[in-house]
Design a protein around this ligand. Structure first.
Ligand SMILES: Nc1ncnc2c1ncn2[C@@H]1O[C@H](COP(=O)(O)OP(=O)(O)OP(=O)(O)O)[C@@H](O)[C@H]1O
Length: 308
């Protein structure tokens, strides 16, 4: 089921076109990662979808509602780029006040449950002004989920916070997803997107440069596969030389890491050719590891195209 559908969505500020004719679909249950460098247009895109600004042209549909965004507002939650908080209120009172002015009815027990879910239960009576940046991000997420929305927009949920809070927020995003929420999040962080997102779109200068699941992106961009073959620990220099001399044309380049032979091949079908060649030479194979390239490696290779 399609939860977000955009059709040629565009936004210009004066003469600058910041979002250029974006058409995409996000399905129910996805954690959709929207990646791009600073200024690519990610926040502008989210701001259009969450009703903060109007598009210059194009349409979009959330949760299958057409047109009136007010109708869907109760079913979406938003962590904006910069959240503002009532610093003199406690976390609990802040959430209560925020809910009231947003026209959302929430019970005290729901507020407590939400603060527990984001890991702030023990700080619920502490003034928000005393919160760290990471705690404020968690409170921002609490604010976005307190009314139990189906669809969550998280703009840079982990930017500017320490490593421990990053991991906690990433776990929280996965937990919210496992509770049935569809999540659309922006990020600069390739590693994070690879770890938690089921689908990825990369934005460059207002356009979607590429999109798909991690597997699809690997298939489109990967040029070689790295194979790490563990050989007997006492492999001799003579054996190593023999392996080098008998390398098949399928192996692209190689190096030794003690008794590990690390090589690259162009396709999966080249792996048995490599292994058979070693076996017929009488080489004992202890283990074989196929190392999948990370999103970072894939895009480092493609950096000229993607980011420059
Ligand atoms: N209200 C506005 N008026 C004029 N220009 C704007 C406005 N909002 C954004 N822009 C411009 O649009 C471009 C895209 O900004 P946007 O914040 O959407 O990018 P981003 O990908 O979210 O970047 P970042 O990762 O730094 O937040 C930038 O050049 C920015 O200066």
């Amino acid at each position: 089921m399609t939860i977000i559908q955009t059709n040629n969505l565009s936004k210009s500020f004066k003469n600058q076109q910041v979002v250029r004719s974006i058409s995409l679909e996000v399905n129910k249950g996805e954690i959709f990662g929207f990646l791009g460098r600073n200024g690519a247009g990610k926040t502008t895109f989210i701001n259009i979808l969450t009703g903060i600004m109007l598009p210059t042209s194009g349409e979009f549909r959330l949760l299958n509602y057409e047109g009136d965004l007010d109708e869907v507002k109760s079913k979406i939650g938003v962590l904006p780029d910069y959240s503002s908080f009532y610093n003199n209120l406690s976390a609990k009172k802040h959430l209560k006040y925020f809910s009231r002015i947003s026209g959302i009815k929430v019970s005290d027990s729901k507020i407590h449950e939400t603060l527990s879910l984001v890991g702030l239960a023990e700080h619920q009576n502490k003034k928000v002004g005393k919160f760290s940046f990471g705690m404020k991000k968690k409170l921002g997420i609490a604010q976005a989920i307190v009314h139990d929305p189906e669809l969550l927009f998280l703009d840079e949920p982990t930017s500017g916070i320490d490593a421990e809070a990053v991991i906690q927020i990433q776990q929280l995003i996965k937990e919210l997803n496992s509770r049935g929420k569809t999540i659309f999040m922006t990020s600069h962080n390739l590693d994070e997107v690879e770890k938690i997102c089921t689908n990825i779109a990369i934005m460059k200068e207002g356009e979607i440069f590429t999109q798909g699941s991690m597997d699809e992106l690997r298939k489109s961009y990967q040029s070689t596969l790295t194979i790490r073959v563990k050989l007997a620990p006492d492999i001799t220099a003579t054996h190593k030389k023999q392996i080098e001399q008998n390398l098949s044309k399928e192996t692209y380049k190689y190096e030794w890491d003690q008794n590990f032979f690390v090589t690259e091949v162009f396709a999966e079908e080249d792996i048995p050719i490599l292994l058979n060649s070693l076996i017929t030479q009488g080489i004992n194979i202890y283990a074989v590891n196929v190392i999948e390239p990370s999103l970072e490696e894939i895009f480092l290779e493609q950096r000229v195209k993607l980011m420059d």
